[in-house]
Ligand binder design. Structure first.
Ligand code: FAD
Length: 381
C-alpha cells in the first residue's frame, strides 16, 4: 500500500510515526514538506521571550529515519485529489491513500498596516524576530491582538499577554507600561468556564486589559493606533498580532475546500474524495486549530490505514485534546477539552501548577523522541 502524507507538522509526523511503528516496511509511506525543520508552536513563545535560542527548537527532518518512511523535502505545487496524484518541485507522486496535513498558512499582508506598523508572532520568522524587539522595548503600551477567525491555538494570545506582563515586571518597566489583549472570543477558553474565570481574574490582578468579542481590522502606523470595528480605535507603541489564517494556495486550488477549509467526516477524517483524508489545521472539522487535535486526528487515520491493511474495523475520532496554558510565573494550567460534532464542547480545568509545566515539557520531549528518535529537553514553563 502506498501512502502519501502531505505536510510534516503535528499531523503528518504523528501519522507517519504510527504507520511506521505498526507496519514498518509493509507500507510505503512518503512524507513531503517544504521546510528544513519542525518547530512547535509553543517554542515560538519560548524563543520570543528569550527563554531559549532558535537553534535549540528546530528539529531537522533529515533526522527522520523510520522503517517504511521516505521523507522528501520539496514544495507541493498541485494536488489532483481524485487521481491521488501530487506534483512537486521534486517530481510527481501517486498513492493508494492520500492524506493532507498541510496546516494553515498565515497572511500578515491581509491586515492593513500590520507589516509596516506592527509585528506578528505566529510564523517562525515573525516570532524569532520579536526576540530582539521585545528585549529592546523600553516601556509603553503593548497591544496583543487577533485579526480574524479561525486562528490556531486560541489560548496562545492570552499566554502571550501573561508572558509580556512577566517580561515587563522582570525588567522593572511594568509601571510605565500597559498591556491590552484584543480577542474575537467572548471569554479566553470558551469550552471551560472555570478556566476562563481563572484567566480573567489573573488578567485583572495583573492589570492586563481584556477586550473580548472584537478583532483588529488594521493598524495606522502614523498615528500608532489599532483600528477596531465600528470606527473604534486604541493607541499602541508595540503591536503583537495574530495574522489572518488561510489554507495553503495549493490546497485552495485543489478543489477540496468549502468556505476556505477542507471539510471532512468528523468521525473518520475522510474528505469527499475516496481514499483522500485531511487532518489538522487545514480542515474545518470543528475542533480548535491546535497540534493536539491534529495529532489525535492523525491517530484515527493511522488506525484506519492499519485496520485496512489487516482487514479489520477501525476506531472513530473522539475529539479529545489537552491544552497547556502558560499563565506567567513559570506556571501552566491544563484544559482537557472534548469537541464532538453535534455536541456542546466542554473542557475540564486543572489550575496552574509547576507539575503541569513539567508535564508540558514532557509532552514536547516525548513527541520529539517518537517522531525524530532523539532526546530533547523542552522548556518547562
Ligand atoms: C504561538 C503558537 C503557540 C501554539 N501552541 C500550541 C500548543 O501549546 N499546543 C498545541 O497543541 N498547539 C499549539 N499551537 C498550534 C499548532 O502549532 C498547530 O495547530 C499545529 O502545528 C497544526 O498541525 P498541522 O499538522 O495541522 O499543521 P502544521 O503543523 O502547520 O504543518 C503543516 C506543514 O505543511 C507544510 N506545507 C504547507 N504548504 C506546503 C507546500 N505547498 N509544500 C510542502 N509543504 C507544505 C508546512 O511546511 C508545515 O510543516 C500553537 C501555534 C502557535 C502559532
Amino acid at each position: 500500500m502506498r501512502v502519501l502524507v502531505l505536510g510534516a507538522g503535528f499531523g503528518g509526523l504523528e501519522l507517519t510515526t504510527r504507520l511506521s511503528d505498526e507496519l514498518g516496511d509493509d507500507v510505503d509511506v512518503t512524507l513531503v514538506d517544504k521546510s528544513d525543520d519542525f518547530v512547535f508552536g509553543f517554542s515560538k513563545l519560548d524563543v520570543m521571550f528569550g527563554r531559549t535560542v532558535p537553534d535549540a527548537v528546530r528539529h531537522p527532518y533529515r533526522d527522520i529515519v523510520k522503517p517504511g518512511v521516505t521523507f522528501v523535502q520539496t514544495t507541493i505545487r498541485s494536488i489532483d485529489a481524485s487521481a491521488r496524484r501530487v506534483a512537486t518541485d521534486a517530481g510527481t507522486f501517486e498513492a493508494d491513500i492520500l492524506v493532507l496535513a498541510l496546516g494553515a498558512d498565515l497572511d500578515p499582508s491581509a491586515t492593513p498596516g500590520l507589516v509596516e506598523g506592527g509585528h506578528e508572532f505566529y510564523t517562525v520568522d515573525g516570532a524569532f524576530a520579536l526576540r530582539e524587539v521585545l528585549a529592546e522595548f523600553d516601556g509603553g503600551r503593548i497591544v496583543v491582538g487577533v485579526t480574524s477567525t479561525p486562528f490556531k491555538c486560541p489560548p496562545a494570545p492570552s499566554e502571550t499577554a501573561f508572558l509580556v506582563h512577566d517580561m515587563l515586571v522582570r525588567r522593572g518597566i511594568r509601571e510605565r507600561s500597559e498591556v491590552a489583549l484584543v480577542m474575537p472570543l467572548p471569554v479566553p477558553i470558551p469550552p471551560s468556564p472555570p478556566a476562563s474565570e481563572a484567566i480573567l481574574a489573573s488578567f485583572a490582578e495583573r492589570g492586563i486589559e481584556w477586550h473580548p468579542n472584537t478583532v483588529v481590522l488594521g493598524l495606522d502606523p502614523v498615528t500608532k493606533t489599532v483600528q477596531l470595528p465600528d470606527g473604534a480605535s486604541m493607541p499602541y507603541d508595540l503591536f503583537l498580532g495574530v495574522p489572518k489564517h488561510v489554507v495553503p494556495d495549493v490546497v485552495a486550488e485543489s478543489g477540496l475546500c468549502v468556505d476556505g477549509w477542507v471539510p471532512v467526516d468528523p468521525l473518520t477524517l475522510e474528505t469527499a474524495v475516496p481514499d483522500v483524508y485531511a487532518v489538522g489545521d487545514v480542515t474545518s472539522v470543528g475542533t480548535p486549530k491546535a497540534g493536539v487535535f491534529a495529532e489525535g486526528q492523525a491517530g484515527v487515520v493511522a488506525d484506519a490505514i492499519i485496520a485496512r491493511h489487516r482487514g479489520l474495523d477501525s476506531a472513530q475520532y473522539d475529539g479529545r485534546g489537552i491544552c497547556y496554558l502558560e499563565v506567567g510565573d513559570d506556571l501552566v494550567a491544563r484544559v482537557q477539552a472534548v469537541f464532538v460534532a453535534g455536541q456542546t464542547p466542554y473542557g475540564e480545568f486543572d489550575p496552574p501548577s509547576v507539575a503541569h509545566a513539567e508535564e508540558k515539557g514532557e509532552f514536547g520531549s516525548d513527541r520529539i523522541k517518537r517522531w525524530f528518535g532523539r532526546d530533547w529537553a523542552a522548556t518547562a514553563g
